[in-house]
Design a protein around this ligand. Sequence first.
Ligand SMILES: Cc1cc2nc3c(=O)[nH]c(=O)nc-3n(C[C@H](O)[C@H](O)[C@H](O)COP(=O)(O)O)c2cc1C
Length: 306
Amino acid sequence: MSTKPDLKVDIGGLQLQNPVLTASGTFGYAREYEHLVDLNRLGAIIVKGLSLAPTGGNPPPRIAETPCGMLNAIGLENVGIETFVTEKLLFLQTLTPPIIVNIYGKLEDEYTRLAARIEEVEAIAGIEVNISCPNVKAGGMAFGVDPQAAFSVVRAVRNQTGKLLIVKLSPNVTDITQIARAAEDAGADCLSLINTLTAMAIDIETRRPRLANITGGLSGPAIKPVALRMVWQVARVAKVPVIGIGGIMSAEDALEFFIAGASAVQVGTANFVNPHATTDIIDGIERFLLEKNISSVRELIGTLEV
Ligand SMILES: Cc1cc2nc3c(=O)[nH]c(=O)nc-3n(C[C@H](O)[C@H](O)[C@H](O)COP(=O)(O)O)c2cc1C
């Protein structure tokens, strides 16, 4: 086959030129990577998680390296929605890939207000709702670990927006399919998973945690098998498309996620190791399809044989 394979995918009504997106928090507001990556080649750009007000995040140390991964407790540092819309978006809207805004709040009302503000902004194609944050009203338990709380916050956001609504699931649960169903029932167009796994590391000399926050989120190749298992479980029961996230470093990793049922993937920690990871993965997927004589990446989605 000499013609280029078709990399186009659909994630809940939004058409993407290819299935490779940036994972929130690992690509800043994209401009940070402008001199390293041809940003217009990306499937879509997901920016750092935004809150209503600017946030400084947690005290340092906020990052620790672990075997085959990293721990972070950045604490969702960000410029806040208004500065994002009035400053960061000016650059982003000059790019061709759709811009997806990741949001978080500690109260349902914060999510609602963020969604209402984003709805007014034409240059934003969609919202990814991070439900891994502690819900202050529910005593600090994350929205994403309780099906009822997840349903309620997703429904609240859905009521504010007609834009693409992606719900990003936490892996820190017993049965991720329950949360997936709740998000879908509440009106999610698409599910993305996984966020980081709660974890920690200790310095044996000082007997102190390596992160000032004590615990943090584990990401990178160490979590890929867990992510793959969860994507497979969710894709089997979900009616909406699934985006795979977790330790995707190469095209081969991405291909595993497609076979497990993901319609697209997000690349996170890999950006810190290889700033070209996203475009290398796009090239690698295309090469694989050419070699195997597969005309479209869509033909791979959910083809796991068991
Ligand atoms: C430094 C850092 C910051 C992150 N910030 C966010 C964030 O703001 N919002 C969010 O939903 N996920 C955030 N994540 C989670 C990633 O988007 C991704 O779900 C996770 O790292 C797993 O993918 P990976 O193994 O490819 O990094 C962050 C991850 C890292 C490493």
